[in-house]
Design a protein around this ligand. Sequence first.
Ligand SMILES: Cc1cc2nc3c(=O)[nH]c(=O)nc-3n(C[C@H](O)[C@H](O)[C@H](O)COP(=O)(O)OP(=O)(O)OC[C@H]3O[C@@H](n4cnc5c(N)ncnc54)[C@H](O)[C@@H]3O)c2cc1C
Length: 379
Amino acid sequence: MTVDRILPTEEAYELLDLTRDLAARELAGRADAFEARGEFPREILRTLGRSGLLGLPYPEADGGAGQPYEVYLQVLETLAGSWLAVAEAVSVHTLACYPVFAHGTERQRKMLPDLLGGELLGAYCLSEPQGGSDAAALTTRATRDATGWVVNGVKAWITHAGHADFYNIFARTGPDGARGISCLFAEAGTPGLHPQKPERTMGLRSSAPAQVVLEDLHLDADHLVGDENGGFRIAMEALDAGRLGIAACAVGLAQAAVDHAAAYAKERTQFGRPIAAFQGLGFMLADMSTQVSAARALMLSAARLKDAGRPYSIEAAKAKLFATDAAMRVTTDAVQVLGGYGYVSDHPVERWFREAKVLQIVEGTNQIQRVVISRSLTS
Ligand SMILES: Cc1cc2nc3c(=O)[nH]c(=O)nc-3n(C[C@H](O)[C@H](O)[C@H](O)COP(=O)(O)OP(=O)(O)OC[C@H]3O[C@@H](n4cnc5c(N)ncnc54)[C@H](O)[C@@H]3O)c2cc1C
């Protein structure tokens, strides 16, 4: 089903057309094979990058495409319907460009055209083996030496580990808690930065995260992004926007599941009728479709607040929470609509069901989103 979208400019309609075309040509037919092989689609991401999709919401003056967030998210949604790992990669790269964009020194910001230009890929290293939700308790330590910083510790679950060209590393440079964390920028291949083997994940196998071991990683002083001990705020600001990216991935995945399930229900017959004709099943499809529309509306309303320069972080938390829970319910129901055929890999709903799960976990679990939302109501 084509989603009827109201976009702010003619250019945005053209961009969505281009994305649909790219997704059909470059992604849809390849996802299953790459997922089965656990192969990271680096070249495909370069192709997307050369089409301008890796720097969409950043200003043209910095090398981005100057698109409003609401347009960028609908591009992500379109990619996610074809291949979640690729959409998530675009979202994580966009997140990884944020610290230098928003807090970089003049010299660091000179790198922006390269970071946003499409050839490079970024990683965002906040989580650690002993904790992801309580990120302010991180233990990776950066200590000063004569020329800069020496970083030691282990980062966990890092998307693009081993494939990224640059890493944002959040490390302790001061006292315990959120006020003792700094953000450091490291190029891939810097001695002491060691990506490990990919995790054996339930889904997203073509872009499985990995640990990054930091062993006497030396970074010159000018690799500090933002203020010393001001890194936690940068990490949280980046995640506010990143959560909308994850919501968009969830909406795209769930829309694909509704479309596939509805098409199947029209074809499959039981008791001499298409199964879509049974009200029990039709109502299930109606609920699935309604959840996707509601998730998209919530995501876009948060994005429009961001585009208008208004506070949006609580609305982003709600959008991430609602859209990813909806994607889990919708993909679960899509499996049900297909019956036994939903449980085998001949149809993509089996993969989408496994992939939806991770969206409830990344960039703040949905329990953490509820913590954020409930605090805003009660504090
Ligand atoms: C595929 C994948 C990709 C990822 N990519 C990245 C990445 O690129 N960069 C990065 O930094 N991290 C990344 N992560 C890590 C992710 O952000 C963390 O897994 C997530 O934040 C949860 O942390 P945890 O796994 O340590 O779980 P924990 O924090 O140990 O949580 C375990 C459970 O306890 C619950 N819980 C914790 N605290 C509370 C609370 N206060 N109230 C209620 N419930 C609570 C959680 O919701 C969860 O259900 C990725 C993870 C995955 C699986």
